[in-house]
Design a protein around this ligand. Sequence first.
Ligand SMILES: [Fe+2]
Ligand SMILES: [Fe+2]
Length: 415
Amino acid sequence: MDNSKIARPRLERMLNGMPLKMQNKVTQVLENISLVAEIRDPKVGISMLPSAYRGLWQKKGKSEDGVLMKSGHPVHFDLNYGSDFPEMYDLYRRAVANQWDGEWQLDWSTQVDPMNPEVPILGSTPFIPFDDLEAEGIKLSAREKQELTYHFSAWMLSQFMHGEQGALYASAQCTESVKWVDAKLYGATQVMDEGRHLEVFLRYLETKLERMYKVNDNLFVIIDDLLTDSRWDIKFLGMQIMVEGLALGAFSTMYNQTGEPLLKNLLRYVIQDEARHVHYGVLALREHFTKNLSGTELREREDWAFEVAMLMRNRFFAHEIYDEWFAHKLSRATWNRLMSESPAMTKFRSIMFQRLVPNLQYIGLLSPRMESYYEKAGLMAYVGGKNASELTEQDLLRDNDKLAEQAMKDARNAA
Ligand SMILES: [Fe+2]
Ligand SMILES: [Fe+2]
């Protein structure tokens, strides 16, 4: 039986008797403990602890200037120079041919007014559950709702930007560590891509939304964990499959929903690059996982991928927005519940798994041993979808509402 279900009402009663500030402090500590406690596999939990400590307790991601991360990964210097991965070389040629310049190819003269509801930045599916907030006694005026929606858009795009900075360093590290020279050539194009993504998101936030948020603590933990893990294939798995897979789902949802033409165009360019990045990840890892790893090493990767997928599913609650808007009038625990149940968040999660699960299957991390875990988490509904090596640009750009709806239904049935 699930003990957390018994413990929760008692905990809620206990919390309700405290002043709001103290309630929130306790909830935050419990969240942090449960992040590590939720992890089934102690090896994965232990490997993540230093990053969790830096991100959640020391709040390094909220520092003023920057954070030093020690990576310790080996650099593979190639002396062979032969053609060692033709499919990867093709990807490299495609990447070179499709380079773009955000300065000239995006129309930065576009006027953006994030307070104009006629041109929504994030689209019409609400991320903020206004009705549920009202049921909790928080009534916002039409202007406040628009302002909150604007802030949430800036929060979301800020997280994309932080993710791009992480991807820039992870791709540089992978370029050094990977052993195929064709993959190093490809990696060099990805480093350029990620630099450009960082540039365009930063410029959009600075000059169009004129608002920026610090990195979310949980996103910081994942990025810190990847950049400080010395195993190149874990970096690859984390960044190219998990984080990029998540980003690709998020970008394509936003691309289809935004009413703002400059952002739409920016996302279209970024999606084309990201699709190549995930493609690169599945090619390299399928080769490595199916040919080079022992059974124990493979099982460790299977567990790691599942745990990170669960963390990504349960852990993006926009606490920076909560702190700014509601910390004095709504409990953090209630906010977490409202956010995780909001229609747009549910849809985001669904699209993310639609992209992620087929990739995990393709690279060999969804073995029969793991199926029952994925089944329990309601994720087997996504098995059999197209993986990154099969997806076309059109697949990624087309409106995926219907797919998302079906996948959500299947996931609910399975849960
Ligand atoms: Fe990127
Ligand atoms: Fe990327």
